[in-house]
Every structure is written in C-alpha cells, then in structure tokens.
Design a binder for this molecule. Structure first.
Ligand code: NAD
Ligand code: IPM
Ligand code: MN
Length: 359
C-alpha cells in the first residue's frame, strides 16, 4: 500500500471550487487503485481566516505542514485584504519556508484545446518553464522612505545569490539533458546591470558543465513577443521569479487560458513538502458562481502524482483532461461551454475511469 498525506488549503474565491474537483479526481484514483491511499487534511487558511484571526495561517502552520508529503493549494487573495498581506502571509510564506526554489509550469497546448494563436498546434506549443521561486525580485527586501513627503522614495531590492541562481539553473540543465531538449534562459542583461548581468554570467558558467545541452538566451521583452509569434522556439525555459510569473500568464493565454495552467513548487532535495496549485488566482469576478474551470487544479494534481512517483496515474489524469477538451461535451464558460465546475470535474472523473479500463 502506498500512502500519501496531503495537506489541502483551498484558500479563497474559486480556490475552494477548483480544489474540490482536484480532490474528487484523487479520490477516484484511490477507488480505482487498491494500492493507493490518500489522507487529506484540510486547513481553513486564507482571507476569511485572516479577518477572524488577524493572520493568514496559524502561527505554527509551517510546522504543521512539514508532516505532509505534499500541499495542494487553491488560490489566495480576496477583496478586503491587501494582496501583499494575504500572499506574503500564506502562499509566498510556504514557498519560502519550504525552500521550494523551483516553480515548474508546463506551457503545453493539450489536444483539443483551442489556442488564440492561429498556427498553434500541440507540437509547437510544448514547453516547461522553470521559474526561480525563492529569491530574485520576490526577495521581499526594500525600504519605504519619507512616506507622504515630496521626496518619498521606495526601494524594492532584487536578490540574486550565486547559490540561488546556480541551483535553479542546474535543475533546468538537468531537465533539458534528461529530456534531450533545448534550454532557453530569459533575462534582461541590457537594462538590469547587476542582477541580469549576473544571471547571464551564471547561465554561461553552469552551461559549461552541460556541453551536450543546446542553449540560447533571450531578453524578456523579445521572449514575450516570441511566445506569441514563434512559441515553437521554446522547449525548457529558465527564468527569474518575476519574469517567470509574467511569462507563465502569457503562456497560459496561448495554451487555453488561465483556467488550464498548472504549477508545481518544488524543493528538489525533498527536504520539505512540495506544493501544487493552479497558476490562476482567486478570480473574485467569478467566485461563488460555480463556473470556474477546474482543469488547472486537476493538471496540478497530475503534477503531484508525478512527484509522488505515481507516473502512470499522472498520465491518465492528463489524458482525461485531453479527452475532456476533445469531446467538448462539458466545458466551462471560459472555454466556450456551459458546464459548471462540478459537472466538468465529474466528466474528468468519468474519463479517468474510461481510460483506466483501457490499460
Ligand atoms: P486571476 O487569475 O484570479 O484572474 C484573472 C482572470 O482569469 C479573471 O478574469 C478570472 O475570472 C479568470 N480566471 C482565472 N482562473 C480561472 C478559472 N479557473 N476559470 C475561469 N476563469 C478563470 O488573477 P487576478 O484577477 O489578477 O487576481 C485575483 C486575486 O488572486 C488577487 O487577490 C491576486 O493577488 C490573487 N492571485 C493569487 C494567486 C495564487 O494564489 N496562486 C495567483 C494569482 C493571483
Ligand atoms: C503566481 C501568483 C503569485 C506570484 C502571486 C499571487 C504572489 O501570481 O503564483 O503566479 O506572483 O508568484
Ligand atoms: Mn502569477
């Protein structure tokens, strides 16, 4: 019996709606595979919790989460709580406390999904973005001077350490080597004369150890253009925290929308639990309407299965998503359908059962 302890943090807004479907999928797998057992422990942390208790999670929340194999998170953020408070108090706190320095975000056009790009195909939109997830522009360092005065000035300091930069690049090189794919570094060394000059230098330095990996380096402005004009140029992409954040929303847009995109926050040494979450936020504009697309949350559950060593099930879940898109019978409104979040989740579960019976 393979047992996995999952900490579930549905969070805010549509986070709760999409995570319900992701858990449905995992429970379906448990029912189909007698060798797998998930135990789910729910944590009610988020903005509502904050408004009642004055903090986004319990004081010993990180200690509590340490006991789990993985964290499954919906989304964080609600009108009424400043975003920098809610995000630094929960999502970013977990990423940092658990040194989840790799944020893996597939940008892949699944079969059946319509891209807004006219020449798009599953062959030419198929990349993995390796986003630095522990420092960089998100170091959280800075200063607010002379508040309210004419000479008011704020500083937001980026931190790019040798250790932090090297380790994420090494991860990306190893991934590119194992998949025999090209690695692109996205930077901005022409304008950011410390951080990105250093980033480029480290990319060159680490790259010398991987002569077998084909590499190139693209400036982030040009990369944004190429994501739209020539996405086939990218296979594995390594980039900084903020550039990775922005590029992966663009990546979501070209591969089916915010409702589909998934991400894994990983500490590759496995010293701490990993966290899986859709790329999207709490979407207050559609929250509570039961129309949120659960696909991103379900795809991130597939990433979780991969991480836990359940690679066959990870594949089955992806295939079930593809079948959902190919059949076009139950799609949420963001994908042109009329199905609810729950109906879409039920359809994914039906697909999993059908696909499993073929194995
Ligand atoms: P968002 O991703 O929540 O929404 C952007 C747009 O995409 C909205 O129009 C929304 O309706 C749509 N959308 C997103 N997910 C969808 C889904 N599953 N199905 C259908 N449509 C979907 O981004 P935002 O509006 O910039 O942020 C809203 C809040 O979420 C803010 O508080 C922000 O800080 C927070 N946020 C949290 C996370 C996270 O927890 N991982 C990520 C991004 C933003
Ligand atoms: C994401 C989100 C977060 C980020 C925010 C909510 C802090 O946008 O996961 O993409 O910027 O990392
Ligand atoms: Mn983002």
């Amino acid at each position: 019996m393979r047992e996995f302890r999952i900490a579930v943090i549905p969070g805010d807004g549509i986070g709760t709606e999409v995570i319900r479907e992701g858990v449905k999928v995992l429970k379906c797998i448990e029912a189909l595979d007698k060798e797998i057992k998930f135990s789910f422990t729910y944590f009610p942390w988020g903005c509502e919790y904050y408004l009642k208790n004055g903090e986004m999670m319990e004081a010993d929340g990180i200690e509590k989460l340490k006991m789990f194999d993985a964290v499954y998170l919906g989304a964080v953020g609600a009108p009424g709580v400043p975003d920098h408070i809610s995000l630094w108090g929960l999502l970013l706190k977990i990423r940092k406390s658990f040194d989840q320095y790799v944020n893996l975000r597939p940008v892949k056009l699944l079969d059946g999904v319509v891209s807004p790009l006219k020449d798009a195909s599953p062959q030419n939109i198929d990349m993995i973005v390796v986003r630095e997830n522990s420092e960089g522009e998100y170091a959280g360092l800075g200063e607010w001077k002379n508040a309210g005065l004419e000479n008011e000035t704020v500083y937001q300091t980026g931190v790019f350490s040798r250790r932090g930069t090297e380790r994420v690049m090494r991860y990306a090189f190893e991934l590119a080597r194992s998949e025999k794919r090209r690695l692109t570094s996205v930077s901005k060394g022409n304008a950011l004369n410390y951080s990105m000059v250093f980033w480029d230098k480290m990319f060159e330095e680490v790259g010398r150890e991987y002569p077998d990996v084909e590499i190139n380096s693209v400036l982030v402005d040009a990369a944004s253009m190429l994501f739209v004009m020539a996405p086939e140029r990218f296979d594995i992409v390594v980039t900084s925290n903020l550039f990775g954040d922005i590029l992966t929303d663009l990546g979501a847009a070209i591969s089916g929308g915010m409702g589909i995109a998934a991400g894994a926050n990983i500490n590759p040494e496995r010293k701490y639990p990993a966290m899986f979450e859709p790329v999207h936020g709490s979407a207050p504009d559609i929250a509570g309407k039961n129309v949120a697309n659960p696909a991103g949350a379900v795809w991130s559950a597939s990433q979780m299965l991969d991480y836990l060593g359940e690679t066959m099930w990870a594949q089955v879940v992806l295939k079930a998503l593809e079948k959902l898109f190919l059949d076009q019978r139950r799609l949420t409104p963001d994908m042109g359908g009329h199905a609810s979040t729950g109906e879409t989740g039920d359809e994914i579960v039906r697909n999993i059962r059908k696909i499993k019976s073929l194995y």
